[in-house]
Design a binder for this molecule. Structure first.
Ligand SMILES: C[S@@+](CC[C@H](N)C(=O)[O-])C[C@H]1O[C@@H](n2cnc3c(N)ncnc32)[C@H](O)[C@@H]1O
Length: 231
């Protein structure tokens, strides 16, 4: 049996010249480990999602969660987090009284982690994490929606939200704002910033931009769709 002490082994390693073959072996091993982590832990669930719609998992910071909750203050009812990651927004929303509080997340490991965190927080059975593709979720009944997704998917998400959400819905986006929408409130700074969007105001603004509304005395509630002139 070899009875070298750890110090001796380390000293030997330090003096050993690895050579090109050794360096290549270490690089290949590291690459394989990174690939295994990506394919096994981060990627499952995304196989059917087009590459351009895949958003990586980055948890919201504490300040970001706080800013999102500040923008939701005074709101009632249920809340949905699209792409819920480890479930932290849903958990905090439940603590603030939103019910049902639901997260949609494609990565099964993150769904499990979210349930574990809920159990640890004493909220087992009080929150719901569903392993579903957010692009396929029916949002017609949702009143409070939170998102923290990549800027590359936000214009497409704008369309889905504008098509499906009821007028009295409030959407809160963390870290990245929606590219074409006008926020009604903004909270926080830098990477922790969050933007709130009122759905009814948003719809009217979009109609106005597209030239489909006549503005009368600036009173948006009296605006009527513009009639096309007949030729
Ligand atoms: C930037 S993370 C945000 C996580 C969490 N909402 C938070 O604020 O901490 C985005 C999450 O969306 C998930 N996601 C991306 N595309 C999705 C899809 N099509 N359906 C469901 N979840 C998705 C990712 O797996 C990732 O966990």
């Amino acid at each position: 049996m070899d009875d070298d002490t750890p110090d001796e082994v380390f000293a030997e390693l330090k003096t050993t010249n690895l050579g090109i073959w050794g360096v290549a072996q270490i690089a290949a091993g590291t690459g394989l480990a990174v690939y295994a982590m990506w394919a096994g832990i981060l990627q499952p669930g995304f196989r059917k999602v087009p590459l351009k719609l895949q958003v990586p998992y980055i948890p919201a910071s504490k300040a970001q969660v706080q800013n999102v909750m500040t923008l939701l203050r005074g709101r009632k009812g249920g809340l949905v987090d699209l792409g819920s990651g480890d479930g932290r927004i849903v958990l905090e929303a439940r603590r603030q009284g939103f019910a049902p509080a639901v997260g949609y997340e494609l990565n099964p490991w993150l769904v499990r982690l979210a349930y574990f965190r809920a159990w640890r927080a004493g909220l087992h059975g009080k929150v719901l994490y569903r392993r579903e593709d957010l692009w396929k979720v029916d949002l017609t009944e949702c009143k409070n929606i939170t998102v923290f997704l990549a800027p590359s998917v936000l214009s497409l998400l704008q369309e889905k939200l504008q098509t499906e959400l009821p007028d009295d819905a409030l959407v809160v986006a963390g870290r990245f704002p929606f590219p074409d929408w006008k926020p009604c409130r903004i909270e926080g700074h830098g990477v922790d910033r969050a933007w709130a969007y009122n759905m009814q105001a948003q719809r009217k603004d979009t109609l106005k931009k597209n030239g489909n509304l006549i503005v009368t005395n600036g009173d948006l509630d009296n605006e009527l769709p513009k009639q096309k002139e007949s030729t």
